[in-house]
Write a protein that binds this ligand. Structure first.
Ligand code: LMR
Length: 306
C-alpha cells in the first residue's frame, strides 16, 4: 500500500511519522515549500534503525512521488489564529484543496481521499465535487478528533481510562458541532445519566471549543498530536479493513433526512473507505440539532460557489 500526505506542516508531518512507524505502507509527504518535506522525511528515515520500520518514506515538492497512492490525505492549507473561526480559512484553503485534488487524482485515480484542511466539512464537499468520486472514497476528519477530546475530558473527570469512554460527536467540525450525551458513555453509563444538564453543557462547551482552546495556547498554529492520531486511526481502519464504527465528515444522501451536505456522522470504515452510514435513533431534539448543524455547513458550502 502507498499513502500520500499532502502538507508537511505540523499535522501532515506528524501523521507521516505515525504512519511510517506503523510500517504498513509506503508513505509520501508532499509540500509546495521545497526543502520541508525532503528535510522532515530525511530526519524520519534516520529513525528507522531504532524504530525498525522498513517501508519507503519519500518527501518532495513534486506530485510525481504520489503516483499510485491508495490513500491521499490532504492537510495542506493555512491554520487559524487565536480568535478566528475555521470558516474564515475558506478562501485560501478552497483554492489549495481544489488544486491538490486535481493534481493528486490524476496520478492516483484509485485513491481514497481523507480531508483534514479546514473548514473540513465544506472542504470535503469541495473535494468530492472536484474529484467526481463516490462518497465512499472522500471523507473528512471530524468526530474522531472531537470525540477524542470529549473522551479525554470525561476520562479526567471520572478517573477512568479514555478507552473506556465512547464519545458521540456529530455534525459540523466547528461551532455547530453536536455532542450527544445520550450516546456518549463512560464505562457503559450514558453521559446524560451521569450528570445534570448544567454539567453536561460545560463538557459540551469545552468539546466544541476544543480546537480553539489549543489555538489559544499555541498562538501560531493549531492542534496536531490528536488530529494526526485521529487520521492515523481512520487510515488504520481502511488499511486493515477493520470495519470499526467512527464518526467522519461524510456526504449524506438522505440519511438522517439530510441530502447534498457533508457533516460528521457515524460510519463503518474499512477497505474501500466508507462501507455504511450508521443512523442512530435520534429523538426530535437531537435530530433538530443535527439539522441546524447541517444548515450551518450548507451556508459555508454556498460560499464556495461550486
Ligand atoms: C482542530 O480541531 O484542532 C482543527 O480543526 C484545527 C483548528 O483550527 O482548531
Amino acid at each position: 500500500m502507498k499513502i500520500t500526505v499532502v502538507g508537511a506542516g505540523n499535522v501532515g508531518a506528524t501523521l507521516a511519522q505515525r504512519l511510517i512507524e506503523k510500517d504498513f505502507a509506503d508513505v509520501a509527504l508532499v509540500d509546495v515549500v521545497d526543502g520541508i518535506p525532503q528535510g522532515k522525511t530525511l530526519d524520519m528515515r534516520q529513525s528507522a534503525n531504532v524504530i525498525g520500520f522498513t517501508h519507503e518514506l519519500t518527501g518532495s515538492d513534486s506530485y510525481e512521488v504520489t503516483a499510485g497512492s491508495d490513500i491521499i490525505v490532504i492537510t495542506a492549507g493555512i491554520a487559524r489564529k487565536p480568535g478566528m473561526t475555521r470558516d474564515e480559512l475558506i478562501g485560501i484553503n478552497a483554492k489549495i484543496v481544489r488544486e491538490v485534488v486535481e493534481k493528486s487524482l490524476a496520478l492516483s485515480p484509485d485513491a481514497i481521499f481523507i480531508i483534514v484542511t479546514n473548514p473540513v466539512d465544506a472542504m470535503t464537499y469541495l473535494a468530492l465535487k472536484t474529484s467526481g468520486l463516490p462518497r465512499e472514497r472522500v471523507f473528512g476528519l471530524s468526530g474522531v478528533l472531537d470525540g477524542g477530546r470529549l473522551a479525554a475530558f470525561l476520562a479526567e473527570e471520572y478517573g477512568v481510562s479514555a478507552a473506556e469512554v465512547f464519545p458521540c460527536v456529530m455534525g459540523e467540525h466547528g461551532s455547530n458541532m453536536v455532542v450527544y450525551p445520550r450516546f456518549t458513555t463512560v464505562q457503559g453509563k450514558p453521559m446524560s445519566d451521569l450528570m445534570d444538564k448544567a454539567k453536561q453543557q460545560a463538557f459540551i462547551d469545552r468539546c466544541v471549543n476544543g480546537g480553539a482552546e489549543i489555538v489559544g495556547y499555541l498562538k501560531t498554529g493549531s492542534a496536531f498530536y490528536a488530529p494526526s492520531a485521529s487520521v492515523a486511526y481512520m487510515i488504520d481502519a481502511v488499511v486493515n479493513d477493520s470495519g470499526i464504527q467512527m464518526n467522519c465528515a461524510t456526504y449524506l444522501s438522505g440519511e438522517y433526512g439530510l441530502s447534498d451536505v457533508v457533516i460528521g456522522v457515524p460510519v463503518r470504515l474499512g477497505s474501500g473507505g466508507i462501507q455504511k452510514v450508521i443512523e442512530l435513533a435520534l429523538n426530535a431534539d437531537e435530530k433538530a440539532a443535527l439539522e441546524a448543524s447541517a444548515d450551518a455547513v450548507r451556508k459555508t458550502i454556498a460560499a464556495l460557489n461550486i
